[in-house]
Design a protein around this ligand. Structure first.
Ligand code: C2E
Ligand code: MG
Ligand code: MG
Length: 717
């Protein structure tokens, strides 16, 4: 096997791992079996030698020693024959014969078993001398039986003794020979034991060396590729998906490495897919907010300028032509913006276009000065505002621009998080400002630190203000423009601060709304309005009071129940209560406020849209809302008597209100000419300094009394 992991290389036999392991351990087992078999053989051989020594050699020695005994036994029997009378000799002959027969048998036995030449020769010598001895003792016996005892004695002590001594010395020689043979055998066995010892040691060492070698080879051929695979896994885990284990092997490790490569590829592909989803807008393919954040962090951006663009009529297009058309529109806007950007030419730190949520696009640039940003905005505006074909309709598109810049030092100073977030957040505020002030675009203006500190401390005070009764409800009359009759009042909050004096709602309302503290004001104003309405139920039962509520109130599902509870508490008629909701609040998220508004309406509460004309109202939603009053923002009223265009706009809004079966109120009437104009245009209700400024509760009471007096005068006149 040849394994290469980038810069690592290893080699191994091209055999399957299981085969290699099997062969290795098989060889080891065979070796061990050989060692055991050899040991058994050696043991058996030694045992055989021992047996030979015991059975054969020692027995032969004993037999040789027995020859001596029988020779001497025979000799002494012969001596007894010589000295015994004839009658006793009969009993001695059998002894003589038995001794000789034993001698004969022993020699015959010994001769039959030996293979050794020298021993055989020695034995032959013994047999020869026995024969000679036999011949002599036959002669002696013959002489005895012949009665010649003297001659027999002479033969016995002469030739007989000689033959006997000769036989004994030959048997001694045989004994020596047998002893030598035994000693030789002993030496052989000892040598055999030594040889076996060495052989066993050698075999054991060989087996040991072989098993160490096998173990090392097997471990190396498995462990090293595994280490390479592990190294690759580590690199893949740390995000280096280019790491590959290349190998020319079909064994198990090869397959593991291949699986690893497949996995690395799959992970890389999947991560690319996830990145595509996470960092790009699906619809336009443009980078999204997360991508901007990543670029800014990775590029360590120090300064950034943002042009945030809000597609104004996207909601209407979605409602009227459907979401498909809205999407197509967004794609066209993206294309036009991209084309306009590309015209500015490629360069380092070129501005990038991104799509944020909804109809928002952002162009983000590093180190772009304000002049350049405004020039770019002008160019983009020209590129985008031309009519677009959308689902067969020509759509006149408008963008609201919020421009902002931010430096990383500022982001750190106010702890606003990443630089790009701060810039986008500022640009969003600027878009809001541009829309509110009906300008096409606006730069973000930083509220200075002192103002922010003042707002913060106000917020802390606000919580106690309601409890301490510092929040007062001032009332501004609303008049029927046709009859001049008083219809009701709008309750406007006034904060009588113990240190700062009167604090204008403009100073704390928007801030309280942003920070979620507006509920304190709403509750205080509802209390004041409902208490006043309860008080009016006798003399001014026909008058209503309008209370301004915020986005947070009407998005809270529990709000209607709280209003009902407060009304019960003051025993106030809910049908005289009117709630004013600004147009932008309703249009920001119409779906979520719809249910709350219907519940309020079901309680009998009347509902108005305040500051109409400043938000981007959708007609479709206006129709669905349970609202019966449109309050035209005072910016449309101011100086309208001198501007034909403004008059046309007022006429359109009033007609629209009437078409939707709503009563139309004009706010901020300051001049008699404005009042006349609005009356002529058919506006139903008027409110403004010309009629009356907002009044403190006492002043409002006097105002009502004065009106009652006038009415009475008229009645009784
Ligand atoms: P708004 O609801 O549109 O109230 C009308 C504002 O126009 C009041 O300002 C009123 O004093 C002012 N105004 C009335 N007639 C004229 C006029 O002829 N000329 C001019 N230049 N101004 C006129 P104010 O009281 O300062 O309130 C400002 C805004 O603060 C209100 O606008 C309303 O949106 C908000 N606000 C006031 N009170 C409350 C409240 O209790 N709760 C909430 N959520 N918002 C409130
Ligand atoms: Mg209002
Ligand atoms: Mg208003």
């Amino acid at each position: 096997m040849h394994v290469k992991l980038s810069n690592f290389r290893i080699r191994a036999r091209n055999l399957r791992l299981t085969v290699r392991l099997g062969l290795g351990f098989g060889a080891l087992v065979v070796l061990m079996a050989a060692v055991v078999a050899l040991a058994v053989l050696q043991f058996r051989e030694l045992a055989w030698h021992g047996e030979q020594m015991m059975k054969h050699d020692l027995q032969r020695m004993l037999q040789v020693q027995e020859i001596d005994q029988h020779v001497q036994g025979h000799g002494s029997a012969m001596a007894r024959l010589l000295t015994s009378p004839r009658a006793e000799r009969e009993a001695i002959y059998p002894v003589v014969d038995a001794e000789y027969a034993a001698l004969d048998r022993l020699i015959a036995n010994l001769s039959g078993e030996t293979a050794d030449v020298v021993t055989a020769a020695t034995l032959a010598d013994v047999a020869l001398r026995r024969d000679r001895y036999r011949d002599v003792f036959i002669d002696i016996v013959t002489e005895i039986e012949a009665g010649d005892l003297l001659r027999a004695s002479a033969l016995f002590s002469g030739l007989g003794q000689q033959a006997m001594q000769s036989l004994l010395s030959a048997s001694s020689a045989l004994l020596a020979r047998e002893q030598a043979t035994l000693a030789l055998r002993q030496q052989e066995v000892q040598a055999q034991i030594n040889r076996s010892e060495w052989m066993m040691i050698g075999l054991a060492l060989g087996a040991l060396a072989l098993s160490v070698g096998l173990a090392w080879r097997t471990t190396a051929s498995v462990a090293r590729p595994l280490a390479m695979v592990q190294a690759a896994a580590g690199r893949i885990a740390s995000g280096d998906y280019a790491a590959r284990v290349e190998l020319e092997s079909a064994d198990e490790l090869g397959r593991v490495a291949q699986a690893m490569n497949t996995m690395a590829l799959a992970v890389a592909t999947r991560e690319a897919e996830i990145a595509a989803v996470a960092y790009a807008d699906r619809l336009t393919g443009l980078p999204n907010r997360a991508m901007l954040q990543r670029w800014a962090t990775e590029g360590n951006w120090r300064q950034v300028t943002v042009l945030l663009m809000d597609v104004a009529r996207l909601r209407t297009v979605n409602e009227v032509l459907g979401f498909g058309a809205g999407d197509a529109l967004l794609v066209q806007v993206a294309e036009r913006l991209l084309a306009a950007l590309a015209a500015s030419g490629p360069r380092d730190k070129a501005p990038v276009l991104a799509r944020l949520a909804g109809g928002d696009f952002a162009i983000v640039a590093q180190d772009m000065d304000r002049m350049a940003a405004e020039t770019l905005r002008d160019r983009l505006d020209v590129a985008v505002t031309a009519a677009m074909a959308c689902d067969g309709h020509a759509v006149d598109l408008q963008l609201a621009y919020g421009l902002a810049d931010a430096a990383s030092a500022a982001a750190q100073a106010c702890d606003a998080g990443p630089l790009i977030d701060l810039a986008l957040q500022r640009a969003e505020l600027a878009v809001g400002e541009a829309k509110r002030r009906k300008l096409g675009w606006a730069w973000h203006v930083e509220v200075d630190a002192a103002a922010r500190a003042r707002q913060l401390s106000l917020l802390t005070d606000l919580r106690q203000a309601a409890v301490a009764g510092q929040l007062e409800m001032w009332l501004q009359p609303k008049q029927c423009l046709r009859s001049g009759r008083l219809l009701g009042m709008e309750g406007l909050v006034r904060w009588r601060h113990p240190v700062r004096g009167f604090v204008s709602p403009a100073e704390f309302i928007p801030f309280a709304e942003r920070t979620g503290h507006i509920g304190v004001v709403t509750t205080a104003m509802l209390d004041a309005a409902l208490q006043t309405l309860a008080g009016w139920s006798r003399d001014h039962a026909e008058l209503s009071i309008a209370v301004n509520v915020s986005a947070l109130d009407v998005r809270d599902a529990g709000f209607p129940a709280r209003v009902a509870e407060q009304a019960r508490h003051w025993r106030a008629p809910l049908n005289r209560l009117r709630l004013e909701i600004t147009e932008s609040t309703v249009m920001e998220d119409p779906e979520s406020v719809l249910l709350v508004l219907h519940e309020l309406r079901a309680l009998g509460v009347q509902l108005s849209i305040d500051d109409f004309g400043t938000g981007y109202s959708s007609l479709a939603y206006l129709q669905r809302l349970p609202i019966d009053e449109l309050k035209i923002d005072r910016s449309f009223v101011a100086g309208a008597d001198r501007q034909p265009q403004a008059q046309a706009l007022l006429r359109t809004i009033i007609e629209l209100g009437h078409t939707l079966k709503m009563s139309v109120t004009a706010e901020g009437i300051e001049q008699p000419a404005e009042l006349r104009l609005l009356t002529d245009l058919g506006c139903d209700v008027g409110q403004g300094y010309l009629i009356s400024r907002p009044m403190a509760p006492d002043a409002a009471r006097q105002y009502l009394q004065s009106i009652a007096a006038v009415t009475t005068e008229v009645t009784f006149a």
